[in-house]
Design a protein around this ligand. Structure first.
Ligand SMILES: [Ca+2]
Length: 192
């Protein structure tokens, strides 16, 4: 697909926009990590998609038969320990451990994103990987009364420290923003 067709794709109104992955597949080949890329150049496909805005994240989750988690669902998946019957400060426990997540530190071995199944020792009680750091995760919820801002959770690889990795820490951005340290996670409802 040529550059002209790409421009026309981007002009589609929001309700007709393709999901991030559909768009990526149409563009063909590896994303380049620049204007429409979803991973950094050279990263293997098991790294999280980044530079995805709220609309694309939402539509991709629907396309896959799931949805974006609310921030309450996200926080429970990240922090709640059924065994302890309380929240934990970090997904793995109450003390920060630089080698259990991909924060802004280089001590964890990663300068940018890491594979989505990295850091098995840092999984939450529900078995979710990388709930702390790697990429901020887009939630369905709005941030406070500000209708134009969507909640982000979890912290990312870019300059973020143990403070941002706390499971209750909140951040947000506009729904049309798409940046390199923000991705998303798909939620599915379990069968009753
Ligand atoms: Ca790092």
């Amino acid at each position: 697909m040529g550059e002209k067709q790409l421009v026309e794709l981007q002009k589609l109104p929001v309700e007709k926009r393709l999901s991030a992955v559909q768009k990526m597949e149409l563009l063909g080949g590896e994303p380049d990590g620049q204007d429409h890329g979803k991973r950094f150049k050279g990263d293997p496909p098991n790294h999280p998609a980044v530079q995805v805005d709220w609309y694309d994240a939402w539509s991709y989750c629907r396309w896959r038969g799931g949805r974006l988690p609310t921030e309450q669902e996200w926080e429970k998946a990240a922090s709640w320990s059924p065994k302890l019957k309380r929240k934990r400060v970090y997904p793995w426990g109450d003390a920060f451990a630089v080698k259990l997540c991909n924060s802004g530190s280089l001590e964890d071995g990663f300068e940018k994103t890491c594979p989505v199944d990295e850091f098995s020792g840092g999984v939450s009680a529900y078995g979710c990987y990388n709930m702390a750091a790697n990429v901020w995760e887009i939630c369905a919820s709005r941030l406070g009364q500000d209708a134009s801002t969507r909640v982000l959770r979890g912290g990312g690889w870019f300059g973020d420290t143990e403070k941002q990795c706390v499971t209750s820490y909140r951040w947000g951005m506009g729904p049309a923003a798409a940046i390199g340290n923000v991705g998303f996670r798909l939620a599915r409802d379990s069968n009753p």
